[in-house]
Design a protein around this ligand. Sequence first.
Ligand code: AMP
Length: 192
Amino acid sequence: MTRLIIIGPPGSGKGTQAEHIAAHFNVPAISTGDIFRSNVREQTQLGDEATRFLDRGEFVPDDVTNAMVRERLADADANGGFLLDGYPRNTSQVEALDAMLAESGNHIDGVVLLLVDDDELTARMLNRAREQGRSDDTAEVIRRRLELYRTETAPVVDLYSERGIVADVDGSGTPAEVTDRAVAAVERLLER
Ligand code: AMP
């Protein structure tokens, strides 16, 4: 059983790395951002609720997000482990996740923390805006998402660090180099 989380600022390459690391450990990569975006595209009720938050770079309210994750983790493919990408994003989501897992006697085994410097982040996000046309990749919304990362998500890292399960991973270089570093770091965590 491998239950992992990947945390990194917007633009850190977190989504791409989540896919590759999850494939290595043979678990599903579960991206809350992707789930929200596909619900927005398909105009579901969840999508209608979430869209105004996504467009402004704000967090979707915790009750909505936690319920969505709870449902996703109940799917059969997540039984043998998972890699969460984009969740938990604040300390109250950490508590919610802990409680969900505790119901079945489980816990998070490791957290990959992707480290990328600020100038590189902004450059990557503006580039992604040009290539993928994501509506939340405008300069103003990018600023807001970086700010929320620093104020809300950094404390999440502190909580997991206290448990000794965070692996710092240098996010510079080619995607394959970063994946190799991340996989090696997680394997070290899991061996202990
Ligand atoms: P991401 O693809 O992880 O950058 O997420 C894109 C957007 O989805 C975020 O800016 C939020 O609006 C929303 N979102 C994703 N995950 C969460 C979460 N755990 N809590 C609240 N909002 C989220």
